[in-house]
Write a protein that binds this ligand. Structure first.
Ligand code: NPQ
Ligand code: MG
Length: 369
């Protein structure tokens, strides 16, 4: 297909509930939606960079720059018939995985639509639903956190992830575990600790957690290997894994027993699938991380999490938990078995509502104009 037009839409979406992690509290969520047009079809991809370099070093503005000045020119007016060609063309660009993923994923949607198949089919997924859980931010008080867990368990989520940081860890996990002895429970530190805190993680061992996510430095694998050797609970890496190579390095030194795959953080659906396959060969489970996506990114997550080695529930909650009015339909709603269904229809299976897109849009670029 000859790529005729590429558009970038910088959005700012008001969140239903503010979300607090060890790096701050957010009331709105920005993103860049990438639209790629060819032969009367439009493919969509979501770039999950944030306004500032908090979770990752990428930002909305770095992604905009890399997309506009380096990635878009690689494929505009060219013929693209497979995602692999896009990955090859982007090979000259180092870093900036979220920017690359936004555009590569839009190409996947476009090519799936052109073939009349779903993104799930194109990826090789064989399920029609993906297991999901809920990620709960740091709350001002323990009672408020317990109320939130209560609400989400009542809604039907079978797995809960708690954000932790020094001073908000062992007591919080103990309180939740005492009240819900059988709940699938895990924690995410977003790099808020060092090896000096090893005794805290050894204390957490008693609570039968599914995993401890990214306890140490955001680029580290060596210290994580030292920590994993002293724990029963599996360490899971998130921030440290930016590519299939990082995943291999981490597994080779036993830095973790589980990997959180975020398609943006690893640079697109092709790299996502490489990491998935390599982990499957080594018997390492993976699960789909979340970045507070709109229904565009959510649809991609639900599709990719149908791959067979996504055996743990993903951070992919129902749409209504994040946004009052999403820019795409249909909304995702929770099934009785704590899953989200893959939408029917080709590609991502969601359609953009142009008036809603315009209402939350801060900036727009169209090439050619
Ligand atoms: C994680 N996500 O697994 C991330 C962290 C995260 C659902 O816990 C704006 C930009 C908001 C980046 C919220 C979840 C974010 C963000 C959370 C990253 O570590
Ligand atoms: Mg995480």
């Amino acid at each position: 297909m000859k790529i005729e037009l590429i558009e970038l839409h910088h959005l700012d979406m008001p969140l239903v509930h503010p979300f607090e992690t060890s790096f701050g509290r957010d009331y709105t969520r920005p993103c860049i939606l990438v639209a790629v047009r060819a032969e009367g079809l439009t493919g969509w991809g979501e770039c999950v960079a944030d306004s500032g370099p908090w979770y990752s070093s990428e930002t909305i503005d770095t992604a905009w720059h890399i997309l506009r000045d380096f990635l878009i020119p690689e494929i505009l007016s060219r013929t693209v018939d497979s995602p692999a060609e896009v990955v090859t063309r982007f090979g000259r660009v180092r870093g900036h995985p979220m920017a690359r993923a936004g555009l590569e994923n839009a190409i996947w949607d476009l090519l799936a639509q052109a073939q009349g198949i779903s993104l799930t089919q194109m990826l090789g997924g064989r399920r029609d639903r993906s297991p999901v859980g809920v990620s709960i931010g740091i709350e001002p008080e323990l009672d408020l956190l317990l109320e939130k867990v209560e609400r989400h368990v009542a809604e039907g989520y079978s797995r809960v992830k708690l954000k932790i940081k020094p001073g908000w860890d062992v007591d919080v996990v103990r309180a939740v575990r005492e009240r819900w002895p059988d709940l699938l429970l895990q924690v995410d530190a977003n790099s808020a600790y060092t090896l000096d805190h090893t005794p805290i993680f050894q204390e957490l061992d008693q609570f039968d957690l599914l995993l401890i996510e990214q306890p140490l430095h955001h680029e580290d694998i060596v210290d994580h290997a030292k920590l994993q050797a002293q724990l029963q609970t599996p360490v899971c890496l998130d921030e440290s894994i930016h590519s299939p190579e990082h995943a291999r390095w981490a597994l080779d030194i036993n830095a973790c027993q589980i990997i959180n795959i975020k398609v943006g953080r690893v640079g697109g659906l092709t790299a996502m699938r490489q990491i998935h396959d390599m982990c499957a060969e080594r018997g390492v489970p993976v699960w789909c991380g979340g970045m507070l996506e709109t229904n565009v990114g959510r649809a991609a997550n639900v599709a990719l999490a149908t791959l067979p080695n996504f055996t743990l529930p993903g951070d992919i909650s129902a749409s209504a938990r994040y946004y009052h009015e999403d820019i795409a339909e249909p909304n995702f709603t929770l099934n009785d078995d704590s899953t989200l269904s893959v939408p029917a229809g080709p590609g991502l299976g969601v359609r953009i509502i142009p008036a809603r897109l315009a209402a939350v849009r801060l900036r727009h670029l169209s090439v050619p104009e």
